[in-house]
Design a protein around this ligand. Structure first.
Ligand SMILES: C[S@@+](CC[C@H](N)C(=O)[O-])C[C@H]1O[C@@H](n2cnc3c(N)ncnc32)[C@H](O)[C@@H]1O
Length: 238
């Protein structure tokens, strides 16, 4: 099920304990801005600043943590992707509503973002649980994965290629690899389970859920991204 809505409205309509797994990649509260553009937004965002790629970052992830906790069933996992700058705020917000942190996972990208203090070629995922601890499906999985460690690794190579990928290579400014999301889904849920991504962007989590034989619920506040997700998933928004 795909909905064009603010995640707060979408979450409010879901029943308590109706979701088996959350895999999400929220917008950032804290933006570092561009090195070259003095007008680039920077710091903790409080208002919509109209920049195309971050036009919806004005709601803070802490606003959603409680509702994500409510809709998730007991004894379930929740994956939240982040960068270093936003990690502490997300961790604190999710722990404050009752999530327990299992682990910090890493993903080594095939490209690096420019940075004066070492180029960044990795991103992170906070791996939480609600309720009692239970093991992932393959306890042999490492916590820091490279594309070629995933059975579907080549899909990672399509992502984060710069500049201006053509065709289907990049469908969202911060698109994530299907393979990575699929790994999280396959490790923390079973066939037919309901996977939720309240900030689905181009629907990458949904594509992964579908490939893995799970049901998917996805929201995004941006109509353009919702239409991309619909196209990728072959669904109409409801
Ligand atoms: C980091 S992107 C997700 C990208 C996605 N993982 C992909 O692979 O395409 C975060 C998304 O959150 C959406 N977003 C921001 N604020 C939102 C809100 N209040 N409710 C729902 N979606 C929101 C943005 O439009 C953006 O598409």
């Amino acid at each position: 099920m795909i909905r064009h809505c603010d995640a707060r409205d979408g979450l409010a309509q879901l029943r308590t304990g109706s979701v088996d797994l959350v895999v999400c990649d929220p917008h950032y509260d804290n933006i570092s801005g561009g090195n070259k553009n003095p007008n680039a937004p920077k710091g903790i965002l409080t208002a919509n600043d109209g920049k195309a790629s971050i036009r919806h970052n004005h709601s803070h992830v802490a606003d959603f943590a409680g509702e994500i906790f409510r809709v998730l069933k007991d004894n379930a996992h929740c994956y939240v992707m982040t960068n270093l700058k936003n990690m502490d705020r997300i961790k604190a917000a999710f722990k404050a509503v009752g999530f327990k942190l299992h682990n910090l996972l890493g993903w080594k990208k095939n490209t690096a973002n420019p940075n004066r203090w070492y180029m960044k070629n990795q991103e992170y995922t906070l791996f939480f649980r609600k309720g009692k601890p239970f093991r992932i499906n393959d306890c042999g999985k490492k916590s820091f994965v490279t594309c070629d460690e995933l059975p579907w690794g080549d899909e990672c190579e399509l992502i984060h290629e710069f500049p201006n990928p053509t065709g289907d290579a990049k469908q969202h400014p911060t698109e994530k690899p299907v393979g990575l999301m699929r790994m999280y889904i396959e490790e923390s849920s079973g066939p037919g389970d309901v996977v939720l991504d309240p900030f689905m962007g181009s629907g990458t989590t949904g594509v992964a859920a579908k490939q893995a034989g799970r049901k998917f619920i996805g929201f995004d506040i941006d109509l353009q991204h919702v239409m991309t997700a619909c196209r990728r998933l072959g669904e109409m928004p409801c």
